[in-house]
Design a protein around this ligand. Structure first.
Ligand code: MCA
Length: 504
């Protein structure tokens, strides 16, 4: 184990020989690697000035911007723990995450400081609350102007925490996957090698930067080759296709690929220099795989991962990419399919996918029981995804053990929404399900039992808006006299899915 294991140092080692190389190409300005790391050093100094010591959490709730990327690398540099959150989260959601991660510093886009309920939250724990706007201004950047610059990355050990990424669960309470510097470094190296990145690449980046996909997978692989990143703050298919003419790699979720294929601008000629399109975060249908291939001349490379494990399986870079499969374990990853007793099943038999790797999280932050329940044997992690492995070791996923919904690549947990719906006056009980959606893959639908007149989506809006980010809101609501249950009293969501699948 090395005291130099700070992953920020590995990113810097790749950039250091190329200070004048272009890194982030944003609407507002172009950043070289030299400029970017100068900002990282200043931001790391600001974190220290705000009282964040190594190991302290820094919760970040800001819009996508180059400064937000610098803040992430600054967290690594200062040895603090980066806790990125979706900027669409409401104040109620934010308060939950602040309470759970117990950060020393919170950086938000809030222009005038914390709203009243958070003033108390901050004062109680003597936290620093700083702001960072999408244009790079805010009290955090002001502090960075006067703080002492942190020239060298703080020494860290392999198992020291680098980031906590929140994911949810069947209990409805999001939990933090605690990832070490080694987790990040090993996954970045494995992907860099598998997908054969080199200094001639250019990446088109349209993903949000609060998930493993956009923050780690895309940015780490690019930074390890010190290549330019065309940094889009939101997704516009036409602009993305324009950038394909001067780029080589794109990473997206199936909704991105569907929208790209819908655009008449997508042609093989428009993608001429592109060498790699990867997809993940949600299942890519065979139809979309074939459609994109027909339109662009490229086969999408589907891969599989989780916040808890990083990316663990990928279709091959060279060789057969099969639609509907997620490929083979990356270097340093073992995969096996297990039965309910955690015994490995025969090849081609369906079971739960289990993963063992140093990439895997150390724990669910502050949740020893849930951590223990997710591992078995010698650090095997149960993904909860159901699938099978062929004789060559290629994995095909068939579904999920939980009733989690994936809408546009965002995970949505029915329980979390049901808990909010059940508080609404007139709702006796609720069941949240997914139905198929052409654009988003799955769509959130609420089925309610009401004790008065049937409630509509409009009736639910005020409570939904206050408590849940918009992407979690049900798109349709149905009221029923009672929910279907089995003999044990468990709600039969399959029956509801079958019933409402065709009601659109
Ligand atoms: C936006 N909206 C959504 C979603 N996104 N509704 C449901 N599901 C969504 N995912 C709603 C907004 O609330 C808004 O609603 C309207 O759509 C337009 O919002 P806008 O921001 O313009 O949306 P968009 O640009 O069309 O976004 C769709 C998107 C985005 C590009 C697919 O959701 C996205 O970037 N998804 C990627 C998520 C991702 O990176 N996942 C990785 C996690 P209204 O108009 O009604 O207000 S998983 C991961 O990291 C693992 C490890 C892995 O393996 O990768």
């Amino acid at each position: 184990m090395s005291g130099r294991a700070n992953f920020g140092a590995a990113l810097w080692a790749a950039a250091q020989p190329h200070p004048d190389r272009t890194f982030l190409i944003d609407d507002q300005r172009v950043w070289t690697y030299g400029e970017f790391f100068a900002t990282v050093r200043r931001f790391a100094g600001a974190l220290q000035a705000a009282g964040a010591n190594p190991g302290d959490r820094v919760t970040v709730h800001v819009e996508k911007s180059p400064e937000a990327v610098a803040l992430y690398v600054a967290c690594l540099w200062a040895g603090t723990v980066h806790v990125p959150l979706n900027p669409r989260f409401t104040n109620v959601e934010l308060e939950y995450y602040v309470n759970d991660a117990d950060p020393r510093v919170v950086v938000t886009a809030e222009p005038t400081g914390p709203p009243p309920d958070q003033t108390r939250l901050m004062a109680e724990r003597s936290r620093h609350w700083l702001t960072l706007q999408a244009d790079g201004t805010g009290s955090f950047t002001e502090l960075a102007k006067t703080a002492r610059i942190l020239d060298a990355p703080v020494e860290r050990d392999d198992n020291d925490l680098a980031a906590i990424l929140y994911t949810s669960g069947t209990t409805g309470k999001p939990k933090g996957a605690a990832l070490s510097h080694r987790s990040l470094g090993q996954n970045a190296e494995a992907l860099h090698q598998t997908w054969q990145f080199d200094e001639h690449d250019q990446l088109v980046h349209v993903l949000p930067i609060f998930h493993v996909h956009g923050l780690f997978v895309a940015l780490h692989t690019a930074m390890l080759s010190a290549i330019p990143v065309r940094f889009h703050r939101s997704f516009d298919p036409e602009r993305t296709i324009t950038d394909f003419a001067t780029s080589t790699v794109f990473m997206g979720v199936p909704t991105h690929y569907k929208r790209l294929s819908d655009s008449p601008a997508l042609t093989p000629a428009a993608c001429a220099p592109m060498r790699l399109f990867t997809s993940g975060s949600a299942p890519l249908s065979k139809t979309e795989f074939v459609r994109f291939s027909d339109r662009s001349g490229h086969q999408i490379c589907e891969r599989y991962g989780m916040s808890e494990t990083g990316i663990t399986l990928s279709n091959p870079y060279r060789g057969d990419r099969q639609p509907g499969t997620v490929g083979f374990p990356l270097a340093g990853v073992e995969a096996m399919i297990v039965d309910e007793a955690h015994r490995e099943v025969e090849r081609t038999t369906v079971g739960v996918v289990a993963i063992r790797s140093d990439q895997t999280m150390l724990e669910y932050w502050g949740r020893p029981d849930e951590t223990a329940a997710s591992f078995f044997g010698d650090r095997w992690f149960l993904t909860g995804d159901v699938g099978w492995m062929d004789a060559q070791g290629r994995v095909t996923l068939q579904g999920r053990a939980s009733d989690m919904i994936i809408s546009g690549g965002e995970n949505v947990y029915p329980k979390e929404i049901e808990m909010v719906l059940d508080q609404i006056e007139g709702v006796v009980e609720s069941a949240v399900i997914a139905i198929a959606d052409q654009d988003l893959g799955e769509q959130v639908v609420a089925v309610l039992v009401c004790d008065g007149k049937p409630l509509t989506l409009t009736d639910l809006q005020p409570v939904l808006q206050e408590n849940l980010a918009r992407f979690k809101h049900p798109r349709q609501v149905f009221c029923v006299p009672e929910l279907p249950r089995n003999a044990m009293g468990k709600v039969q969501k399959n029956q509801l899915r079958d019933r409402y699948q065709s009601v659109r």
